[in-house]
Design a binder for this molecule. Structure first.
Ligand code: ZN
Length: 215
């Protein structure tokens, strides 16, 4: 099967699952997911969110700091210089999971667009678990929170995919396209996986908060 480095490309938007979350948990020892879910709700939220399993597995790895960002490749001596380890989105600092997904200026543009779409304003948190806890704070019940988790998953996955496209094929980050992708994928996932979610694409795109709060 594919290597971790191939993961983000082969598994893009659930077309092919390279490593399923079940395999990942089994690899680390049975029951780990359950134990983590008991101590921190974000793990069980990810586990039960209305989203494809390969993208949940990716988020799981984000939480555990296991994605193959360039700081990790430098530690493993896959790459060898500080210049090679720079963030592919901004080119300013060493790429780490935290930087790439939560604090990179390029990633922040996407998050700000998503916050604006949801009608919230918030400080950016550099730690994945805390970031997700804060992100899923609109909803008051579990269904609403899981809807928010689905949106969060589309954002981190989109950032990882665009990062991989830039690394392997060149190009640039087109933030309007990413926002549209976040809106569309989260709507598709909720429509397919939540029978009580019956909103049109237009309703979701124009007032996601109202749709979420009815879950
Ligand atoms: Zn950056």
């Amino acid at each position: 099967m594919g290597t971790s480095e191939e993961y983000g490309l082969l598994g893009e938007w659930g077309v092919a699952v390279v490593i399923s979350m079940e395999e990942e948990v089994a690899r680390k020892g049975g029951g780990m997911g359950q134990n983590l879910g008991e101590t921190n709700p974000v793990f069980s939220w990810i586990w039960t969110a209305p989203a494809p399993s390969n993208i949940k597995a990716f988020a799981w790895r984000v939480m555990l700091g296991r994605i193959q960002t360039r700081d990790n490749l430098l530690k493993r001596q896959v790459i060898h210089t500080a210049a090679e380890a720079l963030c592919p989105l901004c080119g300013r600092v060493e790429e780490s999971c935290s930087h790439l997904l939560f604090t990179c200026p390029a990633a922040l543009l996407i998050w700000y667009d998503v916050y604006a779409w949801l009608g919230v304003s918030t400080a950016q948190i550099p730690v994945g678990e805390v970031h997700l806890l804060q992100f899923a704070s609109i909803g008051s019940n579990k269904s609403q929170k899981l809807g928010e988790v689905a949106i969060w998953l589309t954002v981190v996955w989109s950032l990882w995919c665009v990062r991989n496209r830039i690394v392997f094929s060149g190009g640039e980050l087109l933030k309007d396209q990413i926002l549209e992708q976040v809106q569309l994928k989260s709507w598709q996932w909720l429509t397919a996986r939540r029978v009580e979610f019956s909103y049109s694409w237009f309703e979701w795109k124009s007032n996601p908060r109202l749709c979420l709060l009815s879950l």
